[in-house]
Ligand binder design. Structure first.
Ligand code: GAL
Length: 671
């Protein structure tokens, strides 16, 4: 079996954020007893405890935390100890108002919430490091300490700051990127609208302007802001690695919240002594169904980790921060948790252990709800604990994926900027929609950047790669020439890394590979659709695309461009590349990708799976495989399976029935 992700917690991790400072000490002993009863083996503590750990500058109070950690240890619960840097206390912000973040309009935000700090503030960074150092000295040798939890969800509320300190840091970042002002003026295209800079002092963050600001400036500021937060993380990480080299370090990413360049973050979050953790919450108003949201978030987390990862937070039922906070019906808690485990999480953790009585999150669900553990949620938490204990041997195994969907953060940021041909040409959502189409077809899909080694995937899809570097384009050509099947969505390959339109023929970076030359865009009005002569339907976008060196597979029947190519195909080397010049509607997109997945061998995992039955396979490096079966439907589902069903111990010989809304995990005999 592979080395556990968290060496002090063998098997799968189970627990959540624990905030004992919100409760009188009498409750702590009950907490530990309830944790033991539920099978909890890991809790995250101290995430928002700075005000309690350092109530005045340089005055540390660890007595209470000693008692919490000792109590947990006595109860057999390991600790994911936070560095508490996510929420500086009022005394700090009051004494050092220059550490508070400033928005694009020049308004300085204040404390009384959380994450009220400027990521570039040297004073904030130094104070965070001092606290982390104290914690490392105090608890580095404690036998309960299983891992470090640096900060919390970097960028969740404050992903950038526009203050003078940040402006200075931005200028430094730009100097390193462009060398001199000529480089900057060229990259930002400042010949436009009299924006030419003649002195570095004139260069600012993209603060509020009368109308559209410079798009490349905005793009660089996003990348800079991601790097500044990353520097906050790596500073704490390096200190902890130096002081406690045996304790793994993580911070919890939010795969669905794309303000960070998560590929760049993943490079700093993986490797010896590090582990990648991520949070996920289902959003009721997301166009994707809940299970597809879980799948794409988990697949993204696994792809960032390059293997097993840890689900650090999700919810037992409703959250508190959406317009309508939908509760989870019976069974969904367990399906969501095991959905993440199926897709590579070596555990299931929640926000939070005990529901808060006060504060902005008092109506957020928890493992111990306000109703107590004798409740739907309490019983399902205990059941999940039993399931995770039964699945211990799955830890370290690798989820098998047959396809990859490409995502580039800089590209998506550029594509979603203002003053584009159509405001409906979303990028992040489109990646989710294509992922969901493959999910519905039963195909497990990794997420990858365009420069990744794609050779192991029979099928790669690129729904929205507006900005594509030369290296990315060359990689895609190599992939196809080597025998891969690539599907490219419209408006891809249009601009270079500075967001400058590439020379004709468009799409400049991909025209040769696709064998297509685009002359003019004809975006569609809101809600309009076009029919294709192969029965498919397009939406959002059409364009005048000539098939210069490609086969036309479908043409428009109506819309602004009847008779022109809508879908093309071209053979290149040993592979094939497809180009969709319109956004195929959900139904036809699903059929198209399902067909390609089948013909290329990308999936599905279980060819005969009934609708609503999700099947995912994890495999130990040694070869043992585990088939996860989640029945999201209202009817029992019978599937082909051979082996031991680990949650019940029952033997599956040839077939297995998964109850409506139920879950099963089979240790397979014939992988
Ligand atoms: C996360 C955060 C937690 C809690 C949770 C509520 O974004 O890390 O502290 O606020 O959301 O859903």
């Amino acid at each position: 079996m592979a080395r556990p992700l968290v060496p002090r917690v063998p098997g799968l991790c189970f627990g959540g954020d624990y905030n004992p400072e919100q409760w009188p000490e009498e409750v702590w002993a009950e907490d530990v007893a309830l944790m033991k009863a539920a099978g909890v083996n890991l809790v995250s503590i101290g995430i928002f405890s700075w005000a309690w750990l350092e109530p005045a500058e340089g005055a540390y109070e660890f007595g209470w935390l000693d008692r919490v950690i000792d109590g947990l240890h006595a109860g057999g619960v390991a600790v994911d100890l936070a560095t508490a840097s996510a929420s500086p206390p009022p005394w700090f912000s009051h004494a050092y108002p220059d550490t508070l973040p400033v928005d694009a309009g020049g308004r300085r935000l204040t404390y009384g919430s959380r994450q009220a700090y400027c990521p570039s503030s040297p004073r904030y960074r130094a104070a965070a490091l001092r606290l982390a150092e104290q914690l490392a000295h105090r608890y580095g040798e404690h036998p309960a300490l299983a891992m470090w939890h640096v900060n919390n969800e970097y960028g969740c509320h404050i992903w950038s700051c526009y203050c003078e300190v940040s402006a200075d840091a931005f200028r430094g970042w730009l100097r390193a990127r462009y060398g001199d002002l000529d480089g900057l003026n060229h990259a930002w295209g400042t010949a436009f609208w009299s924006q030419r800079y003649t002195d570095w002092a004139q260069v600012q963050p993209p603060r509020a302007t009368p109308t559209w600001g410079n798009p490349t400036q905005a793009l660089d500021f996003k990348a800079f802001s991601s790097d500044e937060l990353l520097a906050c993380f790596t500073a704490e990480r390096d200190l902890l690695r130096r002081l406690t080299p045996d304790i793994p370090v993580t911070t919890n990413l939010m795969p669905g919240h794309a303000v960070l360049d998560q590929w760049a973050w993943a490079r700093e979050m993986t490797g010896p002594g590090l582990l990648l953790s991520a949070d996920h919450y289902i959003v009721a108003e997301n166009p994707l169904p809940g299970p597809a949201q879980v799948a794409v978030a988990a697949d993204m987390s696994r792809s960032l980790a390059g293997g097993p990862w840890l689900l650090m937070e999700h919810s037992t039922s409703a959250v508190n921060w959406q317009p309508r906070n939908l509760a989870k019906p019976p069974g969904q808690l367990i399906r969501d948790s095991l959905g993440h485990v199926a897709r590579g999480s070596d555990g299931a953790m929640f926000f939070q252990w005990r529901a808060s009585r006060a504060g902005a999150e008092k109506w957020h669900s928890a493992m111990v709800p306000h109703a107590g553990v004798e409740s739907k949620v309490g019983r399902e938490v205990a059941e999940l604990g039993r399931h995770l204990a039964a699945l211990g041997e799955v830890a370290g195994s690798v989820t098998e994926a047959g396809a990859a969907v490409l995502l580039d953060f800089r590209s998506a940021w550029a594509q979603e900027a203002p003053s584009q041909p159509s405001g409906d040409m979303t990028a992040f959502q489109e990646v989710g929609r294509w992922h969901a189409a493959l999910y519905a077809a039963g195909v497990t899909t990794d997420v990858a950047p365009p420069e990744a080694d794609l050779g192991r995937y029979p099928l790669v899809v690129a729904p929205a790669l507006y900005l594509l570097t030369d290296a990315g384009a060359a990689n895609l050509s190599r992939y196809v020439a080597g025998g891969g099947t690539l599907v490219v969505g419209p408006y891809s390959g249009m601009v270079d890394e500075h967001d400058h339109i590439r020379p004709a023929p468009l799409p400049g970076a991909l025209s040769g590979l696709l064998g297509v030359a685009v002359e003019e865009f004809f975006p569609l009005p809101a809600g309009a659709t076009v029919r294709l002569d192969n029965g498919a339907v397009g939406q959002v976008w059409t364009e005048v695309a000539a098939a210069v060196d490609a086969t036309v597979v479908a043409r428009y029947l109506d819309g602004p461009l009847p008779g022109l190519p809508a879908l093309t195909r071209r053979a290149e080397g040993a592979g094939t590349v497809w180009y969709a010049a319109t956004r195929l509607a959900d139904g036809p997109l699903g059929e198209f990708l399902a067909d390609l997945a089948g013909s290329t061998g990308a999936g599905p995992v279980l060819p005969e799976a009934p609708p609503g039955l999700e099947a995912v396979r994890r495999r130990q490096p040694g070869g043992q495989s585990y088939l996860f079966l989640l029945n999201h439907g209202d009817e029992p589902a019978r599937v082909a399976a051979d082996g031991v069903e680990l949650l019940t111990g029952a033997q599956a010989r040839g077939t297995l029935e998964v109850a409506a809304g139920g879950v099963a995990v089979v240790r397979e005999v014939h992988p």
